[in-house]
Ligand binder design. Structure first.
Ligand SMILES: [Zn+2]
Length: 627
């Protein structure tokens, strides 16, 4: 599974509501022991309320994280129930506190207090209706959907005998899990095999469809009780701007980079047509199973198919790592030493003792890579099913970015222990990964010599397949969900509308007819797991903006794609200054602290890929663009 864009339950306060909600009554009784206050609230009461709220939320967040950790590393009937129960307790508390906090909404108070109140109200990604039965339903549905995803397997017809993919499958039933199916998407060039693996994974999601529909109804009901128009509006309220202004801001950023995407799409389509013939149209959308990834969200796995002969990257990190006998723990140590080179303290001993680094052989786990901060102080962990390859080398840097961010803000008040906005959390690790340049690999002894700059086109093309290809996918997921939440997309159009957006933004089409008996959105983790997705789009924009700023601070005068901030204490200090702010300020201030800009700016992507854009323009001359 792709985990660079990985996910995470951040383990901080804002994991609240991550999975499920719960009754606002019942559990909440433990919270309301404070004296019933009447009359005009005072500042002292508001302060006391915040203290009590944060103490309670920290306690429940820690419990919820522990239960969720056990469930995610050992999916069973019981651990699902225990995790759901902890979610219920936590979300009940958050709901109750959010409602209680409205008593102070007209009180004049210092800015940082007002911001804590605001974040308290926005901390949920799923708000429970106050009806206890409905709240319980919502909890169970959310947990169940994630469980269906986590234990999903495609069982080839006839125990694998009538199948292109079943032969290598585990067990007599010829069943394959997501990792195995993803391996086929990544490595095979047999269109029939690719189609079966693509189709196979999408057999797991139709059972989610009625659950998802009910989750939308109940989630919206809870969001309305908190004063939001619907759940989408609740998600969009977290960006220090009006919720209805946020989609336009995303479109502004997308339009900055769209010309580069169109060039990349046109080039890739042409190369795939050379490989697969008429399976790939000359001027239409690209079939979704040919792009090397289960969701066609990043395309770097088809690099060998589209790379020009004279522009290889000059090295193969996967082969180097394997050739050296690199072990999973070594991969993590490489990531850690990047951060220590910037001046950050090493990870705590408990990180090494408590993390899950490889996939267990004897049980179901959620393999999707994630970074955790169990106690919101220093019980940092990662959960990764590491394999020895270049992708996971990057994933490790990405996940540790979350962990170092979590630790940098751990002395903030609990409600501020989060990133400036949720895109920042995802961006930090990736910013570090952009510094995995040939010069860096040579400095840490993985490369004997640095290839000359004539190899840059290969590296840039590879990176564009990963980063630029992702942008429209990162945008369309929540474009789809916001419309589902608002009712603009009714249940009977879930699948059709999904593919309409896939076409519009990505220029991708399904490789076989799809219908409303399918539920293809449910085959993407973040949909059943109730994870907002716009953060990944922002992260892909921000990481280049961060990289451009930090490279300058580190004194790099080379083209942006050749800059690494490894070993720059100056860059580390500046980075830490922003990380330590947590969510204590509106994100434009945090952005300003690092970059000197208070607006998100996708031109750093264009700067980074400038040599590639020029090259693509030459390659694409006379060929159709768009779809
Ligand atoms: Zn992440």
């Amino acid at each position: 599974m792709r985990s660079l864009v990985a996910v995470i339950c951040l383990g901080s306060g804002f994991c609240l509501g991550q999975t499920a909600p719960s009754p606002a009554s019942g559990k909440a009784s433990t919270l309301t022991k404070a004296p019933t206050l009447t009359g005009t609230p005072t500042l002292a009461e508001a302060k006391a309320f915040l203290d009590r709220a944060q103490t309670k939320l920290l306690e429940l967040s820690t419990q919820q994280q522990r239960a969720d950790w056990v469930k995610s590393t050992f999916i069973t009937y019981d651990t699902e129930i225990l995790a759901a129960k902890a979610d219920e307790d936590q979300i009940a508390a958050a709901m109750q506190l959010a409602k209680e906090s409205t008593r102070f909404s007209r009180l004049k108070m210092p800015e940082d207090m007002a911001r804590q109140f605001k974040l308290l109200r926005l901390s949920l990604t799923l708000a429970a209706p106050s009806d206890p039965k409905e709240a319980e339903d919502l909890t169970q549905i959310a947990t169940r959907m994630e469980g269906i995803y986590g234990s999903g397997k495609y069982c080839a017809p006839g125990g694998g005998s009538g199948s292109r993919v079943g032969a290598g499958a585990n067990g007599p039933e010829g069943c394959l899990d997501l990792d195995q199916l993803s391996d086929i998407l990544r490595t095979s060039t047999d269109p029939a095999k690719l189609l079966e693996a693509w189709h196979g994974w999408r057999t797991i999601s139709p059972p989610m469809r009625p659950l998802f529909q009910r989750y939308i109804e109940l989630g919206n009901k809870g969001a309305r009780e908190l004063g939001f128009a619907d759940m989408g509006a609740m998600w969009r309220s977290k960006y220090d701007m009006p919720p209805d202004a946020f989609p336009a801001e995303l479109d502004r950023l997308w339009n900055q980079v769209k010309p580069l995407y169109l060039s990349l799409h046109a080039y890739v389509r042409w190369k795939l047509r050379e490989k697969y013939g008429d399976l790939v149209p000359a001027s239409g959308p690209i079939p979704a199973h040919l792009l090397g990834n289960m969701w066609a969200q990043e395309w770097e796995n088809i690099y060998p198919l589209v790379a020009p002969k004279d522009a290889d990257p000059g090295y193969d990190l996967t082969a180097i790592l394997k050739g050296r006998g690199t072990q999973p723990l070594d991969m993590v140590r490489f990531g850690e030493s990047f951060f220590t080179s910037l001046g950050f303290a090493p990870l705590p001993q408990t990180f090494w003792e408590r993390s899950m680094f490889v996939k267990p052989r004897d049980r179901d786990v959620v393999c999707h890579a994630s970074a955790w901060d169990i106690d919101s102080v220093d019980d940092l962990r990662v959960k990764i099913c590491l394999e020895i390859n270049a992708e996971d080398f990057s994933t490790v840097h990405h996940e540790l970015g979350h962990n170092f961010y979590q630790r940098a803000y751990d002395s903030q008040p609990f409600l501020f222990r989060d990133s400036a906005n949720d895109g920042f959390h995802e961006a930090i690790g990736d910013t570090i990964a952009l510094s995995i340049t040939p010069e860096y690999l040579q400095k840490i002894g993985l490369l004997p010599t640095v290839p000359d700059s004539s190899k840059d086109i290969g590296l840039l093309l590879y990176k564009a397949l990963e980063k630029v290809a992702f942008l429209p996918f990162g945008l369309m997921i929540d474009k789809w969900r916001w419309q589902v939440f608002s009712g603009q997309i009714p249940p009977e159009q879930y699948n059709r509308s999904w593919w309409k957006l896939r076409l519009e933004y990505q220029g991708i089409a399904p490789p076989e007819p799809r219908s409303e008996t399918d539920f293809d959105a449910g085959a993407k983790y973040h949909v059943p797991a109730n994870y907002p997705y716009a953060r990944y789009f922002l992260a892909y924009i921000l990481q280049f903006q961060f990289h451009r700023a930090l490279a300058k601070i580190a004194g790099c005068t080379e083209p942006l794609n050749r800059c690494s901030i490894y070993d720059s204490k100056a860059a580390g200090d500046r980075l830490n200054a922003m990380l330590a702010m947590g969510a204590s300020q509106p994100w434009p201030k945090a952005l300003m602290a690092l970059t000197g800009q208070d607006q998100m700016d996708a031109t750093a992507i264009l700067d980074y890929f400038a040599p590639l854009q020029k090259w693509l323009d030459e390659q694409n001359r006379g060929k159709p663009a768009g779809w």
